[in-house]
Design a protein around this ligand. Sequence first.
Ligand SMILES: [Zn+2]
Length: 338
Amino acid sequence: MSVADKILKNVQLEKLIIKKDYSTSAEFLHNSQINSWELMKNNFEALKKIETKTFLFDGFKINVQFNPGRIKSTSAEVDENSISSRKCFLCIENLPDEQKGISLPSNFILLCNPYPIFKRHFTISSLTHQPQRIEESFKTFLELSKLFSNKCTLIYNGPECGASAPDHLHFQAGISKAMPVEDDILQIKNDYGKIVKEDDVSIVSLIDDGLRKIILIESTNDAELKLNFIKIINSYRELSSAISEPMINILCSHDEESGWNLIIFLRSRHRPKNYYKTGTDKIVVSPAAVDLGGLIITPREEDFNKLDKEIIKQIFSEISPSAQTFSAFTKKLIEDFN
Ligand SMILES: [Zn+2]
């Protein structure tokens, strides 16, 4: 199986790609795959009938989605042994026969996610089997988010806090504004944020909204955005004594007028304690970028029914750094920036 065999061939689509209209191309791919791939069609049909419930916090909201199709991803074993003993599901040769994609710049392919959370849900996968790491791929991450300006939000999950394939570099893309934080972020920044750096092209804010520890970078300049990002990664690596990549989840959107909005969620652990319990104490929620973005996925109905504001607070407090760690981080970052 070669890469060329997996690329969707269509004259109309090729014209869109020549025009660099990747948003319409993605829509084309979605519609084509819905018509030719039974599993994907059924799962997107099921998504339309899915139950959600909403909790209002002070200045922002959290939605909970009951999505049985996500059980495999939510409960994926990502320890080294499990990873090395399975076939990599993102490598081209292991993709389902029906799955086709669109070639993207920088050696990436756009694929439809057949187990969706959003009504448009894509995987952006590297054509090379290489570890999930953001520092080396950050520039590409920004470029790809620009290709889907205003239409899709890009998602990155760190290898130790949400990526279900930590051995294969990949991002996700979801239709814009599907996660509450995308609408809420400026309000959250006003209510709970502290600006630690501001110049002509960038604003860096640190936000503790009582649930999450967030860094927001608003920037019109990709080179400076990268410099700021690397500084943040290095500071958090040092503070959390991480050996390789510190635990983070990222959402990135781009707008032609205002540039990039990069939302970084700092993490302290992969899964909350309740995940590992048995019987009625068990709650199958495995938070990643989407959940921190305010759309919590529960694959089991009992967990969907059980989740309330208190449990949500408990889960988020267990997987995020403490208020003390965050304030130490804030202090350190202000020093690093000045
Ligand atoms: Zn792979």
